[in-house]
Design a protein around this ligand. Structure first.
Ligand code: ATP
Ligand code: MG
Length: 451
């Protein structure tokens, strides 16, 4: 699973803080337990000392009745090494405590009894008159353990609540940190050649982000200057070259009419005129694209009957396929409604698409379909030609892009037809899409909203 940078950062924040929190809570939990046990141990030591003193005093006096009275509040037992119980305080009179022995005395240990409860024992050994005597006292840990369990539950709840708060805080802060970057991303996606001169407002007092904003604005400015000079250059160049080209063309036409020109020379001159015509066409197309880039290409909207467009397409389609073994047909599924479009530009779209369909189809069919849905006109131009490979499909709308460059050059194709179609469709707020399969054919679909 691939996570985006934002989600990754949120996860890192949450994981790090949650881990630190968990460690802290576990440490608190551990030390709470330890403090309680230490407290219990102090009590055990105190009662052991007290009991031992009472026992040793009273045993010397052989005063067992007094001993029981003084021991009534204690859990205290005295055993010999062989396990014989020498004395038990009144509370545990009937019990024989089974002891755990050790090398070092005194020591503490925990033990679960048959009643299922946990007890803490304190065992001491003393050698009295050459005999090892074991003194034991104990305390129930039930209340303490219950209290510690309650603390553990509270700590677990605290952890869950803290995690939820951490998630909310992380999402908030990561979103906040990314806001300026997102602003730049949105701005980049809205950037066109025409709004490069607009500055993005710097909204951050963070050093790096401020620098990013400044650099970005500087880059926009420089790009703006470069684009303006390129546009100006193309426009100046195109206008400047048009006059000499028309002078060349009229000169050649005049020469062709001279009586001394032979048939062979006329052919050469005619080919030269064709070249001049195609250069002229390219210049006009470049000018159109440059005007579109500069937003100075405007729609000349007029109400027009769909039938007229269909007729235009049928006429030019039939003329275009006349020299090939191609069957051309139009299918109109729209009633004869009136639509508000730029007639010339829509016609240009069809001319370019049909030029391609005819150029790249040797034989078969070319069909132009006219459909409509609730708010869009849909035109589809399909052919059964050579098709386009999936790798080339995304490039064919680029300016000057041709799949078969050698053949395209021979046939005077500059690779501008589809870029112009796309530009004109987008000018109508429409969309264009292509489906194609090598050696099966191509289908180009254009959707244009009603105006
Ligand atoms: P121009 O249109 O400027 O004369 P062109 O036809 O080469 O030149 P585009 O119309 O932009 O340029 O098309 C770009 C490329 O896409 C073409 O070179 C061609 O390889 C491919 N192409 C376009 N339409 C089709 C089609 N219907 N069938 C197969 N390939 C196509
Ligand atoms: Mg073309």
């Amino acid at each position: 699973m691939k996570l985006n940078l934002k989600t990754k950062l949120i996860f890192i924040y949450i994981f790090t803080i949650a881990l630190l929190l968990l460690i802290n809570l576990l440490i608190v939990n551990h030390y709470t337990k330890q403090i309680y046990i230490e407290h219990e141990d102090e009590e055990l030591v105190e009662s052991m000392e007290l009991c031992q003193n009472i026992y040793l005093d009273e045993i010397q006096l052989q005063n067992f009745n007094q001993l029981d009275i003084e021991m009534k509040d204690f859990n205290f037992q005295v055993q010999y090494e062989n396990g014989k119980v020498v004395y038990s305080s009144p509370k545990i009179k009937t019990k024989k405590l089974s002891l755990k022995y050790n090398n070092v005395y005194p020591f503490f240990y925990n033990k679960k009894w048959s009643d299922g409860k946990e007890y803490r024992f304190y065992l001491d050994k003393k050698n009295i008159s050459g005999i090892d005597i074991y003194f034991v006292t104990y305390i129930s840990l039930t209340d303490e353990l219950e209290f510690i369990n309650e603390i553990t539950v509270i700590i677990a709840l605290l952890f869950i609540v803290s995690c939820i708060i951490i998630v909310l805080i992380s999402v908030f802060f990561v979103n906040r940190a990314f806001t300026p970057v997102e602003k730049i991303i949105n701005n980049i996606s809205e950037t066109t050649i025409t709004n490069l001169d607009q500055k993005l407002k710097i909204e951050s007092n963070n050093d790096i982000l401020e620098k990013l904003f400044e650099t970005y604005n500087y880059m926009r400015k420089r790009l703006g200057i470069s684009f303006t000079s390129i546009k100006q250059f193309i426009s100046d160049f195109s206008h400047e070259i048009k006059n000499p080209l028309s002078v060349i063309k009229s000169g050649i036409e005049l020469t062709m009419k001279q009586p001394y020109i032979k048939e062979k020379e006329i052919n050469v001159l005619q080919r030269t005129i064709n070249e001049v015509d195609s250069i002229n066409r390219m210049i006009n197309e470049m000018l159109l694209l440059t005007r579109a880039d500069a937003d100075s290409l405007v729609l000349n909207l007029k109400k027009i009957k769909i039938k007229e467009i269909v007729e235009f397409v049928s006429d030019i389609g039939r003329i275009m396929v006349s020299e090939k073994q191609i069957e051309f047909k139009t299918e109109n599924k729209i009633k004869n409604i009136q639509i508000n479009i730029d007639e010339q530009k829509i016609k240009q779209i069809f001319i370019n698409l049909l030029n391609n369909a005819v150029e790249y189809t040797q034989q078969g069919n070319i069909t132009v379909m006219f459909q409509k849905n609730s708010d869009q006109l849909i035109f589809t131009v399909s052919d059964t030609g050579i098709g386009i490979s999936p790798e080339e499909l995304e490039k064919i709308f680029q300016r000057f892009y041709r799949v078969d460059k050698i053949r395209a050059r021979e046939n005077k194709h500059f690779g501008l037809g589809l870029s112009i179609v796309k530009t004109l469709v987008e000018l109508h707020n429409g969309t264009i899409s292509v489906k194609s399969e090598i050696n099966k054919g191509t289908s180009i679909k254009i959707s244009i909203p009603f105006f």
